[in-house]
Design a protein around this ligand. Structure first.
Ligand code: ADP
Ligand code: ADP
Length: 229
């Protein structure tokens, strides 16, 4: 599972201004698709549409050959693991945050996911460990550490489709390395869309979509794009 297809997708947030025009591509199960291009090009919009955070009127988006408009929104979103730039955490403890989306997961599972995401080392240093309230004093953790927690959450929920915004501009170097490692593990064998800022992701991607002004300006592997220059 995990095939994603866009067919002639056109989208406007407000009438008359196209954010995406005539977007067509197929991501095969397990592939990593890198989305690159300048700010405002439409990368985030592609992600917004996959999760049905906005609805399209023109074109079609299919997951495993099913039009996403025919899917229940909650079951659609339960297939998605989303790790965004401004790592979204809920109030509650670190453990609850990692467990979110898989409420029946036991403590051991939560901790295994944290370990895999490289989040375990810093959590164990916190005075209350996994039970630290994120809103409490002790829960004052850095942006990079927050991101590791959201990665642990995504690992635990084993999504069919993974969506990553890998920008780490505000993250210290150590956290950046940890995040890179954790993301690599997360990507393996899973269909992934990565809003890519790092050359390493682009090099390894199965397909790079260069988005410019709402359109796919170029597509191919890193090698193919280089060969065309
Ligand atoms: P980024 O460059 O990382 O995508 P932005 O500052 O462009 O960050 O966007 C931040 C948020 O604001 C996004 O959720 C995006 O959907 C929303 N946004 C961007 N442009 C507009 C706009 N013109 N009107 C309303 N919301 C917008
Ligand atoms: P990127 O992710 O490549 O930076 P976006 O997909 O965020 O680009 O934006 C594509 C276009 O859509 C931009 O012109 C942006 O201003 C506009 N846009 C993005 N989000 C919104 C929104 N929520 N409401 C209105 N316009 C938006």
């Amino acid at each position: 599972a995990g095939k994603v297809e866009f067919r002639n997708v056109h989208f406007e947030y407000s009438e008359g201004t196209a954010a995406l025009r005539n977007i067509s591509f197929t991501a095969k199960p397990g592939e990593t698709i890198a989305l690159v291009g300048p700010t405002g090009a439409g990368k985030t919009t592609i992600i917004n549409l996959i999760g049905r955070f906005y609805e399209i009127k023109d074109g079609q988006i299919l997951i495993d050959d099913v039009d996403i408009r025919d899917m229940d929104k909650n079951s659609l979103r339960s297939q998605l693991g989303i790790v965004l730039q401004d790592a979204h955490l809920f109030s509650g403890t670190i453990r609850e945050n990692i467990r979110y989306g898989k409420l029946d997961a036991g403590d051991e599972e939560v901790e295994a996911a944290a370990k895999q995401a490289n989040a375990h080392a810093f959590i164990s240093k916190l005075p209350l460990g996994y039970d630290t309230e994120l809103t409490a004093e002790g829960g004052n953790i850095s942006h990079g550490q927050r991101q590791l927690i959201t990665i642990a959450r995504a690992i635990l929920s084993e999504p069919a489709l993974l969506i990553l915004d890998e920008a780490t501009s505000s993250v210290d170097t150590l956290a950046e390395l940890q995040i890179q490692e954790a993301m690599k593990k997360l990507l393996q064998g899973r269909t992934s869309f990565v809003i890519a800022h790092r050359l390493s992701t682009i090099r390894n991607a199965d397909m790079i979509l260069v988005i410019e002004d709402g359109e796919i300006a170029e597509r191919g592997t890193h090698e193919e794009l280089l060969a065309r220059k």
